[in-house]
Write a protein that binds this ligand. Structure first.
Ligand SMILES: Nc1ncnc2c1ncn2[C@@H]1O[C@H](COP(=O)(O)OP(=O)(O)O)[C@@H](O)[C@H]1O
Ligand SMILES: [Mg+2]
Length: 284
């Protein structure tokens, strides 16, 4: 008989999502070992932790990414893997992948200096949206109404210590209704969707948007599936806006929170679906 599969849960905080994952594993009698990102050591060339697969739930993109690289190098499987996490967790790399796959996405220009960013903003036209390449929860995303505001925001951004704050991701402002859409894809299957409504232009659930179930039409399911494939596949939350010319995918999240999404459905046990996917990926 083959050995039972051992899974690891690489985490920063045990949010409801991580607790649900642990409960789902326990309900199935599967070993899911919590691995706190702050305390982990990865000796180069040393033995990897004694697990077959690690599920990355760290809230830090950079911590998660290095941990995944170390684990994979030691022969441990990962969900999502480092390649997918790197691509989807960086808006520049993510947009490049969406565009290459021919998926409708807002018009975006990358600029590497403040002066170039100003030209990019003028080119995109106002209002425009400026985002840090790496970040979530709508943090540090700015809507820029005119050139004067552009100059002020760019000056502030350039003064920030993080090096990626001086790489500029400039995007057209999509005049969406007071909502956007989020679809969670696990493997190749869109398993649940929600509408996030807010009177604020940033409609993140983390910023207090109200959420409700989104019935997945064939068109939306296919769009989400294509966007997830463009990242390389795994557990991916696809963010979609309804633009004047139809749906546009603005990002795909590689380590999504799903408390709000779970709150919109009793049909799908999201943690259990993610666990099933990880178990399958852990099979030799
Ligand atoms: N180009 C845009 N036009 C209009 N609204 C946008 C645009 N980009 C983002 N938003 C709004 O801001 C929210 C956060 O942007 P997003 O790119 O998803 O970054 P984050 O990684 O912080 O979630 C989106 O869910 C959407 O409501
Ligand atoms: Mg988002």
């Amino acid at each position: 008989m083959s050995e039972p599969v051992r899974l690891g849960l690489f985490y920063t905080i045990l949010r409801p999502e991580e607790k649900w994952l642990l409960a789902a594993a326990s309900a199935r009698g599967i070993s899911l070992e919590p691995m706190h990102d702050e305390g982990m050591l990865f000796p180069i060339g040393g033995a990897p932790p004694p697990v077959d697969l690690v599920l990355n739930r760290s809230v830090s993109h950079i911590r998660g990414l290095y941990a995944l690289r170390c684990l994979e190098s030691g022969g441990v499987r990962t969900v999502n893997n480092a390649e997918v996490t790197e691509r989807a967790g960086d808006k520049i790399l993510g947009s490049l992948a969406l565009s290459r796959a021919g998926i409708p996405t807002p018009r975006t220009i990358v600029a590497l200096t403040e002066d170039a960013a100003l030209r990019a903003l003028d080119d995109i036209g106002y209002p425009a949206v400026l985002k840090p390449p790496i970040g979530s929860w709508g943090r540090l995303i700015a809507r820029v109404r005119d050139r004067e505001e552009a100059e002020q925001i760019l000056e502030h951004k350039s003064a920030l210590p993080s090096p990626t704050q001086s790489i500029f991701y400039v995007q057209e402002h999509v005049p969406k209704p007071e909502r956007d859409l989020r679809i969670l894809v696990v493997g190749d299957e869109p398993i649940a969707g929600m509408v996030r409504r807010s009177t604020h232009w940033r409609t993140n659930a983390a910023r207090g948007a109200t959420t409700e179930a989104l019935p997945l039409s064939g068109e939306l399911s296919e769009l989400a599936r294509r966007a997830a494939r463009a990242m390389g596949g795994g557990v991916l939350a696809v963010d979609v806006m309804e633009g004047p010319k139809g749906y546009v995918v603005h990002e795909v999240n590689p380590t999504p929170e799903f408390k709000a999404l779970q709150g919109t459905t009793t049909q799908v046990d999201i943690a259990d679906r993610i666990l099933s996917f990880a178990l399958e990926a852990a099979q030799p």
